[in-house]
Design a protein around this ligand. Sequence first.
Ligand SMILES: C[S@@+](CC[C@H](N)C(=O)[O-])C[C@H]1O[C@@H](n2cnc3c(N)ncnc32)[C@H](O)[C@@H]1O
Length: 324
Amino acid sequence: MQQLKTPFPWAGNKTRQMSEIWARLGHVDLFIDPLCATLSSLLGRPGGAQGVERVNDICCNITNFWRAVICDPNQVAHYCQWPVNEIDLNARHYWLCDRSWGENSIKAQLMADPDWFDAKQAGWWVWGQCLAMGTRWCADPAISSRGHARPKGAKPVHQKPRTIDTCPGVASPNVDAYAWLQALQHRLQQVQVLNGDFARCLTAGSTWKAFRTVGILLDPPYSQAMRSRMLYPTDLGIDDPNQKESAVRTRQWAINNGENPKLRIVLCGLSGEHSMPKGWIAYEWTNNSGYSSIGGKDRTSNEVIWFSPHCLKRSVQLDLDLAG
Ligand SMILES: C[S@@+](CC[C@H](N)C(=O)[O-])C[C@H]1O[C@@H](n2cnc3c(N)ncnc32)[C@H](O)[C@@H]1O
């Protein structure tokens, strides 16, 4: 089976690490990716959909995009392919920011109605994410790139498009967006999509109480001290000194639950970012994809994936685990 590609570029995308991650997760009855972004985890899962799969992200544009792809991939494809045009990019950015952050935010509609989605917003958002990624696309206009409050009514940051030949993802003029998004719809048919803080997907009742084996991928935004601020459009903790950032909270959750024999937990981060207890295995890799840079001028980062004590050992064959 040909592996489906992720449809848009994203800082911290783990596509290239999925074979290592799945070799250590093996077959699990429930898989949870609570900070999912591009769904590289599901798209890189050997053998496709299995068991129960649950994904979540706090960013309403990501959640709307995946819901729209599942419900109406052709409409999303219709809106996501458009010639490169700086005026259009900025006009759409204003429209999207208003609906992402203003009084007209789609978050309430997404939450209130499980059938609600906006294919136009999904298509325009992914078009811009492919064309303008790295330029604070759809980031909250009320917060500056340094994380400071901007005046009420501040305009979204001006967007400058990439040149056409470097446009990646489903907005590239060289791809069949309809076929790509239809294939994604097919893959995601049974996937549960949530929108909110990651911790809501990790309660005992929804995870290990109901399932024999649970795989959990924790891939939070890198700690703010180690990367440029506002690398992500939504990032709890960045504008609230009383709120611990996601990197700290996911690490704490991983440490608290690492000894649970039902759980195979994977925590991603930068080298030196997390100090994990004895029994966790650290897998080091160098990220030079450019999209996953930690911001600013850095194009390469040294990263680590930590595997909890009950993850499979690398030498154990996946089929042995399946047989068990
Ligand atoms: C490094 S990216 C994940 C990349 C993903 N694994 C992939 O391969 O595409 C981190 C994601 O966490 C999301 N996020 C940040 N804080 C969150 C929180 N408290 N709860 C849920 N999602 C959060 C961001 O919106 C972003 O999409």
